[in-house]
Design a protein around this ligand. Structure first.
Ligand SMILES: C[S@@+](CC[C@H](N)C(=O)[O-])C[C@H]1O[C@@H](n2cnc3c(N)ncnc32)[C@H](O)[C@@H]1O
Length: 324
């Protein structure tokens, strides 16, 4: 536990695609030539990967071959961990901010901007390839949950839904598929909104779904029957979460709009590691139902009810609080 040699070796191996390149066996020279790396340094990396059981070495041929454990690092392995290890993907890049955890614990501020010079979302906006890896990771992590969230919550009550911060639209697609009477719109930063529009056209629901580029810190389109916020509040500190919820309150007014927050909820199976990650990466936090209700109440929203809608995800339904 005391050294970074092992976690960094695994990350570098994933970033260089050593498992995929080695296939059923390759020498250090072959792998160095394919990856444009220094042979002697790469050999030392491979030797450490052998020590930790990720590769094995055939001493006669000098070929390295991934073990059963090692193949889990491959891009198409069902474990899906490669995006979290690959330093060139949004997830792997974000994990490296943990190197500056001391800075976060000392100041309470996220390490990501300290390390990379701009916040996570600005970084994705500036790097389209990084953004694509993030959206792919979001899709992967919701591959089972999105259909569950669509089925286990009664979205059919809402003829129009705005999914703010909806990414490239995976959840909205499932909701519209499950509820043919519902129309929806994703509002997200420009690259995600463009990708969502492409997805809606490709999935044949373009007549019921649209996408718009915008920020949830600006006025939201008013008058939708429901506004959805999925995995957005936990990326934000209380001050910014309140700003977002206040914008929803204004858009949902005068009295019959609904705000649905879908989040991992603390006390309902959320791990301590992810709570630390959202702090290091975004300055966010995982909250309990009571904390979310309190935050929403500060913004004129009242909790109507909450229910677990997928493994690790709770839906909290808010209405507009009556004027005093
Ligand atoms: C963790 S992702 C969740 C995506 C999607 N709601 C889901 O659950 O799969 C957070 C989303 O918020 C979006 N986002 C971040 N800042 C935003 C802003 N200022 N305005 C609108 N969307 C924003 C990101 O682009 C990203 O798609």
């Amino acid at each position: 536990m005391a050294d970074l040699a092992t976690p960094m070796s695994i990350r570098v191996a994933a970033t260089l695609g050593l498992v995929e390149r080695a296939g059923s066996g390759a020498t250090a020279e072959q792998l160095a030539s394919e990856t444009g790396t220094a042979t002697s340094a790469l050999r030392r990396l491979l030797d450490h990967l052998v020590t930790i059981g990720v590769f094995e070495l055939d001493p006669r041929s000098g070929r390295y071959r991934p073990t059963q454990l090692g193949v889990q690092m491959s891009g198409d392995a069902p474990a899906g961990i490669k995006p979290l290890l690959d330093i060139n993907s949004a997830g792997g890049r974000a994990e490296l901010a943990f190197v500056d955890l001391l800075q976060t614990v000392t100041t309470g501020a996220p390490a990501y901007p300290h390390r990379y010079g701009r916040d996570f979302w600005a970084d994705l906006d500036a790097e389209p390839a990084l953004r694509r890896t993030f959206d792919a990771q979001m899709n992967w992590r919701f591959r089972e949950q999105a259909p569950q969230i669509a089925r286990r919550f009664d979205w059919s009550r809402f003829p129009t839904i705005v999914d703010v911060g909806g990414g490239d639209g995976p959840l909205l697609v499932e909701i519209l598929r499950a509820h043919p009477g519902v129309r929806g719109r994703v509002l997200d930063l420009a690259p995600a909104a463009a990708a969502a529009a492409e997805r809606f056209a490709a999935t044949g629901i373009g007549d019921r779904a649209s996408a718009a580029a915008g920020s949830f810190f600006d006025p939201l389109p008013a008058g939708a029957d429901a506004y959805l916020l999925s995995d957005v509040l936990h990326d934000r500190d209380d001050e910014h979460a309140r700003l977002i919820l206040a914008g929803y309150r204004r858009a949902a007014a005068p009295e019959d709009g609904t705000v649905v927050v879908v989040e991992p909820v603390r006390g309902q199976g959320v791990g301590t590691a992810i709570n630390l990650f959202v702090l290091v990466c975004f300055g966010g936090r995982e909250r309990t139902v009571e904390e979310l209700a309190e935050l929403a109440a500060d913004c004129g929203l009242v909790l109507r009810g909450s229910a677990q809608v997928a493994d690790g995800r709770t839906a909290l339904e808010f209405g507009v609080a009556p004027a005093r």
